[in-house]
Design a protein around this ligand. Structure first.
Ligand SMILES: [Zn+2]
Length: 243
């Protein structure tokens, strides 16, 4: 095997490792995103629940106030009834009766307001409970997905560590100047770095290689780059027997 062919083969091995690493790194980056969107959804539901709770607090305060007033007036009416027994003057008696009547009317209005408040409260409590059920279900989904994700990511990280070793080995096999060139390209253009040329077309950018470059490539003497995308190229027929 010529040195040229050997070097191209070493680069192809390195490329294979690099490609798998890039795929895994992409998965490691993207996989937690679905979980994040579920967590954001849960946060939104919790916020909504908070808004409902604030409304409940306001209504509870109102309810407390009305019940205090009802109790207060009921006590006054009771006292007045006791006093009524001792009143001797008719005018005073009628005045007290009117006052009691007014207080009782007010309390009937308050009772009505109170029963409206209770209905609103029960409606809000129902909505709060429904949200809680959604939040609980979401939390369950999140924790089971989290467990799966942890498992998956840990497997991917293990594989990545293996690949890192493979990469070191593959890198050591490549002569330094060629490795430098490979790394230079890898850091600047999207994967892959080394691509075959098939029927005169670069498989990296799908553009036809200039005739002179193609002739040089077929000679298999020096490592060439695609003039269009700058990727390292090799003639696929040099390797068709090895596939
Ligand atoms: Zn190209």
């Amino acid at each position: 095997m010529s040195i040229y062919i050997e070097q191209i083969e070493q680069l192809v091995v390195l490329q294979k490792v690099d490609s798998e690493m890039i795929t895994l790194e992409h998965i490691l980056e993207e996989a937690p995103k679905q979980l994040q969107s579920l967590q954001e959804k849960r946060q939104y539901l919790e916020q909504q629940q908070g808004v409902i709770q604030e409304k409940i607090d306001v209504l509870m305060e109102q309810k407390g106030r009305i019940e205090g007033e009802i109790e207060n007036d009921a006590q006054k009416v009771k006292k007045s009834k006791n006093k009524l027994m001792m009143v001797e003057n008719t005018k005073e008696y009628h005045a007290m009766m009117r006052e009691m009547d007014t207080m009782e009317k007010m309390n009937r209005m308050r009772e009505e307001e109170r029963s409206n408040l209770l209905a609103d409260l029960s409606d809000l409590e129902g909505r709060k409970d429904a949200l809680q059920k959604d939040i609980d279900a979401l939390s369950e989904t999140i924790s089971s997905q989290q467990a799966n994700l942890d498992q998956e990511l840990s497997e991917k990280r293990t594989r990545l560590a293996e690949l890192d070793k493979d990469k070191k080995k593959a890198s050591e096999a490549v002569p330094a100047p060629i490795l430098t060139r490979y790394n230079f390209i890898r850091d600047r253009i999207p994967n892959p770095v080394i691509v075959p040329v098939s029927e005169g077309v670069c498989k990296g950018c799908h553009v036809v290689i200039p005739p002179q470059t193609f002739i040089d490539l077929q000679k298999g003497e020096q490592i060439l780059s695609c003039p269009n995308c700058l990727r390292i190229i090799f003639w696929e027929r040099h390797f068709s027997g090895n596939e």
